[in-house]
Design a binder for this molecule. Structure first.
Ligand code: ASP
Length: 378
């Protein structure tokens, strides 16, 4: 028989540990413990970047972001429904919608570099590895839809990646030589890419730098690249054929000429019909070092039984979470889709949130911005 004293002691110990667990949970930042890997079946999956929305935006303002995500899914889906429409067409169409919105860090809403200019990067890849199957542009400043320029590099140049002025000249020439492509390859005055909120973010980053170095000695100092939610990406499948694409303005206050992972095949984007298609978002330097997109594909392809959710979870929630200096976590997320239409969407605890969505074979869409989980499609 347990004595009364023992019971009281047991109750006390139990109560104290419950209280400790509760306080620890309350102390955790939102989502810090979660390993979110959403899965399901879809023909098109998109993301609109990870990390904090602008400070002025709270969960109640998610509506306009969701509207653009839905439109992107619808436009991509419309391409898949066309008899001759391909997964590549769907990826391009979905990304163009997000590039045209000032809310996302790609095309129109691109962030500014340290010198106050917009330099955009994009890449696209066909999962069918025949002849030329990937294209990319980096550091472009006047192309309205960098994802279409990336596709043009793939389909109309002997190269895979063109940068800056070279990429822009190529696009201008192509518009003259092939007028039917002109509609997709519009150019804009750099002022088109100027938005107040992105400008404010840059000014804030400059002010923080000045505070760190009150003498205002700018030369030789490394501008801290401030992250920003909004890089966009898409993966799609039609008849077992995959495609992936990613487009971004990069990181606020990046050095002029800095190229991130988004236009690097294998880092920000990869597709292989024998495994899966991937588009990533996060701190680009680390995604390049860890070759994240290709690494996810390789695990699915070469490790027996490895699913898209396992591979994405390992890279994003394990490896990136200790990839920084002294094992510091690196924020990031990825969308992954296999040829059967099974997908995984994940972003790690360091990435506070991720804009994301998918559409099923019968046209039902689901989008999320602040939610922990993607809701059921409607
Ligand atoms: N990966 C992008 C870059 O580093 C940024 C992002 O995804 O937010 O350029």
């Amino acid at each position: 028989m347990v004595s009364l004293k023992c019971w009281v002691l047991l109750m006390l110990v139990g109560g104290v540990s419950l209280l400790a667990m509760w306080t620890a949970a309350a102390d955790q930042p939102r989502n810090a413990e979660a390993r979110r890997v959403d899965t399901g079946d879809a023909v098109l999956v998109i993301h609109g970047g990870e990390y904090d929305l602008p400070e002025s935006v709270g969960p109640e303002d998610a509506g306009p972001y969701k509207q653009v995500l839905r439109k992107a899914l619808e436009e991509g889906y419309a391409e898949l429904r066309k008899e001759k429409g391909t997964s590549l067409d769907a990826v391009e169409a979905a990304i163009r919608v997000m590039e045209d919105s000032p809310l996302f860090n790609a095309g129109r809403g691109s962030v500014f570099n340290h010198d106050g200019h917009n330099e955009m990067d994009a890449s696209i890849m066909d999962g069918e590895h025949k002849d030329k199957f990937a294209g990319a542009v980096a550091g472009v400043t006047i192309i309205k839809n960098p994802i279409s320029a990336a596709r043009a590099v793939m389909e109309h140049s002997p190269h895979l990646l063109l940068t800056g002025r070279g990429a822009e000249n190529f696009v201008m020439r192509l518009k003259i030589d092939q007028p039917d492509l002109a509609r997709k390859l519009e150019v804009r005055d750099p002022r088109y890419f100027w938005t107040q909120s992105r400008w404010d973010e840059l000014k804030k980053a400059w002010a923080e730098e000045d505070q760190q170095s009150p003498q205002g000695k700018k030369e030789g100092r490394a501008p801290t690249p401030r992250r920003h939610l909004g890089t966009v990406g898409a993966v799609a499948v039609k008849n077992g054929k995959l495609a992936a694409g990613t487009s971004t303005g990069g990181m606020t206050n990046k050095w002029a000429g800095r190229v991130g992972d988004s236009p690097i095949i294998g880092a920000g984007t990869y597709a292989d019909n024998r495994a899966c298609a991937v588009s990533c978002t996060g701190w680009g330097e680390y995604f390049i070092e860890y070759a994240v997109a290709h690494e996810i594909v390789a695990r699915v392809k070469y490790r027996k039984g490895c699913t898209v959710e396992q591979a994405a979870d390992e890279l994003i929630n394990d490896e990136l979470m200790k990839a920084g200096k002294d094992g510091a976590p690196i924020e990031g997320g990825a969308i992954v889709l296999n040829p059967k239409g099974h997908f995984a969407v994940t972003f790690n605890a360091e990435a506070k949130q991720m804009n994301r969505g998918y559409i099923t074979r019968d046209g039902k869409a689901s989008v999320a911005v602040f939610e922990d989980r993607l809701p059921d499609p409607k």
